[in-house]
Design a protein around this ligand. Structure first.
Ligand code: SF4
Ligand code: SF4
Length: 284
């Protein structure tokens, strides 16, 4: 029987006790964020988008079985890239279905930009996905146009404010639809100083109205070879101030570890030994 209180990302008390595993089965992405460089692959780095390999759905389940012998306290299996789970919908759904069969007591979690999620919400609810994160960075198309280089939706590429509107519309729709299915929804927001930091309160208000459960503001990491490498990482004071402001509307998440797409272990304390064996399960 699942105990949803054992999700370490959603329950601070569970974070020292229960581990989460990310299965890197989703390499492609349907948008390009100006802070993301998925080509970068470094075992010393810990941030979203980074993975040491890609697994097929079947390989990922073999890997999970081996991991559960090394890490006995796994409570969550999630997919968080390194691209977007629904730009790789077939692999994502197959992995979740296999995991449901092999590990029915685990909590299933997905993290997406929300662009292509809507058609799959009924199916993920039926599989038993109980937690979904959507990254929403602003409500303002002008701001969003500075954050996203392009958005590919239904085989068409959109740029500028047009792309921003397409993405935002899907994201806001998905929050409501996920809540109708009783799925816990976390909003991730990447704080990009000078770009969206002054708009976060409005965003918190809106997503709370739509039913989102918690909001996780993540400081942008100025990654090499990205448009935003020239931006400064937000200061601790800026992050503290934003968290205080959004808490008027929504529960802020305070313990994000900026996890890799192949993270495995306790939040902030990945199990290096376990993660090192992932290569044995990949045919890359
Ligand atoms: Fe990178 Fe995620 Fe943005 Fe895709 S949605 S470009 S994987 S940060
Ligand atoms: Fe789910 Fe994100 Fe936590 Fe991974 S880090 S288990 S995707 S909430």
């Amino acid at each position: 029987m699942k105990d949803l209180s054992q999700h370490p990302c959603f329950n601070a008390e569970a974070k020292h006790k229960y581990a989460r595993v990310h299965l890197p089965v989703a390499p492609k992405c349907n948008i390009q964020c100006n802070y993301c460089n998925r080509k970068y692959d470094c075992c010393n780095e810990s941030r979203p988008g980074v993975t040491s390999t890609i697994l097929s759905p079947l390989q990922s389940v073999h890997y999970m079985k081996a991991l559960s012998e090394k890490i006995p306290n796994i409570s969550v299996v999630g997919i968080a890239g390194p691209g977007d789970p629904f730009a790789n919908a077939e692999e994502t759904l197959q992995t979740m279905r296999l995991a449901q069969k092999e590990f029915p007591d685990l909590i299933f979690c997905l993290s997406s930009n929300g662009l292509d999620l809507a058609p799959y919400i009924d199916e993920i609810a039926e599989i038993g996905v109980s937690h979904v994160t959507i990254t929403v960075n602003s409500l303002n198309p002008e701001t969003l146009a500075k954050i996203y280089r392009w958005v590919r939706y239904k085989r068409r590429v959109y740029r500028g404010e047009e792309g921003a509107k397409v993405l935002l519309e899907q994201q806001l729709y998905c929050i409501q639809k996920l809540k109708e299915k009783n799925i816990t929804v976390k909003i991730n927001t990447v704080i990009c100083p000078g770009i969206n930091d002054h708009e976060i309160e409005d965003l918190a208000k809106k997503v709370a109205e739509l039913g989102a459960d918690t909001m996780n503001c993540i400081p942008m990491y100025p990654t090499e070879n990205t448009e935003f490498e020239i931006l400064k990482e937000p200061s601790k004071e800026m992050m503290k101030d934003i968290k205080a402001r959004i808490s008027k509307y929504i529960k802020p998440m305070a313990h994000c570890a900026r996890c890799r797409a192949d993270a495995a272990g306790l939040l902030g304390h990945d199990n290096a030994e376990a993660m090192n064996m992932i290569g044995q399960f990949s045919s890359l």
